[in-house]
Design a protein around this ligand. Structure first.
Ligand code: IMP
Ligand code: MG
Length: 181
């Protein structure tokens, strides 16, 4: 598309891939001899989920929860809404909840509440990015890809007004300063 500002790379596709291998290794170890029901929070987690899923060595089934928090802006205007629900029976399952980014934590909190009500055996969380400075509810993910400062990022599934999800790397939009740890 024309007339869009060029995103600036923060994390290369190679660096992301390398980190995902380490993350998957930890997850594989944790769930050894157990089956996982991976619940992906759409739309943002779609790319992260697809890559992570293919690195898991434990038997895994996939389900998706669709939660919307942003309109066409970089800050949430209203509480997250569940707009698509799960199809699986969660009773007795080990659920691994996967999201693109833990920001205020409201989306994850909503997802955890939704899942807990369905009586799984366990619930753990894995996020590609963690913006800890923005947390409003003290939630911490069990597995985190990268910790990032408080700034708006795009790419690798994350969007700004529905754009940039297809970038194979993580980027910021021009005009924002940053470092990724
Ligand atoms: P939370 O409910 O504030 O934790 O927001 C989490 C959701 O907001 C994520 O699932 C993302 O879809 C979106 N989000 C938060 N920060 C960013 C960002 O920097 N870029 C793109 N999407 C973001
Ligand atoms: Mg999201």
């Amino acid at each position: 598309m024309k007339n869009q500002s060029q995103p600036i790379e923060l994390l290369s596709a190679d660096r992301i891939a390398e980190r995902l291998h380490a993350l998957a290794q930890d997850i594989n170890q944790h769930y050894e001899h157990r089956d996982i029901l991976l619940v992906s929070i759409l739309d943002g987690a779609i790319i992260f989920t697809a890559d992570l899923l293919r690195l898991l060595k434990v038997p895994t089934q996939l389900d998706c929860l669709r939660i919307s928090s942003y309109g066409d802006s970089t800050s949430p205007e209203s509480p997250p809404r569940i707009t698509g629900s799960l199809k699986s029976d969660l009773r007795g399952r080990h659920v691994l909840l996967v999201d693109d980014i833990l920001d205020t934590g409201k989306t994850m909190e909503q997802a955890i509440n939704e899942i807990a009500a369905l009586q799984p055996e366990s619930v753990r969380t894995c996020v590609f990015l963690d913006k800890a400075q923005r947390r409003s509810n003290g939630l911490q993910a069990d597995w985190v890809g990268f910790s990032i400062p408080n700034e708006f990022v795009v790419g690798y599934g994350l969007d700004y007004a529905g754009r940039y999800r297809e970038l194979p790397y993580l980027a910021k939009l021009p005009g924002e300063a940053s470092t990724v740890h």
